[in-house]
Design a protein around this ligand. Structure first.
Ligand SMILES: NC(=O)c1ccc[n+]([C@@H]2O[C@H](COP(=O)([O-])OP(=O)(O)OC[C@H]3O[C@@H](n4cnc5c(N)ncnc54)[C@H](O)[C@@H]3O)[C@@H](O)[C@H]2O)c1
Length: 244
């Protein structure tokens, strides 16, 4: 039980990559707070994960700064520490909200991730211990999805690298994962709409969760500031065609 006694937050933990990550962390012994805005899927996640270990839920739309502050304050009051933050929640690349405005997309994705890092890192610094994993996307390196989505995910990579340097002397590690197309409820809808997504190499949410669990765990104790692509090599496969 590598993560026994650790307090973890997984944003968007009720579905897809967040759910698979919550499951992995619970199985490794962590107490996991699923913070999600979808009441129904959060209740379902708590029902299915509860028998495996300690799971707590908090329903909140993390798109707003007030809610972000409220969630972190609540968890610190309850648990007196935060050891792990998985910044997974974010708007879909192609969504009515995302198409409405470039700045809204950046704020809901990069802004949310950045503010949650800023709220949690002083707590981790005071403990002299902590690990953050930000869920970016392969779109940060090769584009895709939409303009704001690629820009926000590239920003999350920059944020990760910056914070890794800033926090390394406090034993707080900050890493990112960059998934390609992953089979989740979100992409099942998109794949029906977009032919190019339907032909990509598709990974599973558990394949992403496994890498996140490694990065937050003690086997990665000397690993910080990394961005791990998890796309089955599809970004390499795309490059020769782009050169011709
Ligand atoms: N699935 C993919 O192919 C893929 C690829 C690259 C990156 N990602 C990234 O992985 C993350 C998870 O994606 P997924 O495919 O598992 O999505 P999903 O839709 O299956 O799950 C996302 C969860 O986050 C919650 N959520 C979304 N916005 C929220 C908010 N503002 N406040 C609180 N909860 C919120 C949703 O309610 C949902 O439960 C996202 O950041 C996404 O950009 C996904």
């Amino acid at each position: 039980m590598e993560l026994e006694g650790r307090i973890a937050i997984v944003t968007g933990g009720a579905s897809g990559i967040g759910y698979a990550t919550s499951r992995r962390l619970i199985l490794a012994g962590a107490s996991v707070w699923i913070v999600d805005m979808d009441k129904e899927s959060t209740a379902q996640a708590a029902d299915s994960l509860g028998p495996l270990g300690r799971v707590h839920t908090f329903i909140a739309d993390l798109g707003g700064s007030d809610n972000r502050q409220r969630v972190i304050a609540h968890i610190v009051r309850e648990c007196e520490r935060i050891d792990i933050l998985v910044n997974n929640a974010g708007p879909a690349a192609i969504s009515p909200a995302g198409q409405a405005s470039f700045t809204v997309g950046i704020s809901q994705s990069l802004g949310m991730t950045g503010e949650l890092c800023r709220l949690v890192s002083p707590i981790m610094v005071s403990q002299n211990q902590g690990s953050i994993v930000n869920v970016a996307s392969i779109a940060a390196m090769v584009g895709g999805g939409s303009d704001w989505y690629s820009a926000a995910k590239a920003g999350i990579v920059g944020l990760t690298i910056h914070l890794a340097g800033e926090l390394s002397s406090h034993n707080v590690r900050v890493n990112a994962v960059a998934p390609g197309v992953i089979d989740t409820p979100r992409t099942r809808i998109l794949r029906r709409q977009q032919a190019d997504l339907a032909t990509e190499t598709i990974g599973s949410a558990d394949e992403v969760a496994g890498v996140i669990a490694f990065l937050v765990g003690d086997d990665a104790s000397h690993v910080t500031g990394t961005v791990v692509p998890i796309d089955g090599g599809s970004h390499f496969a795309r490059r020769p065609a782009e050169r011709t």
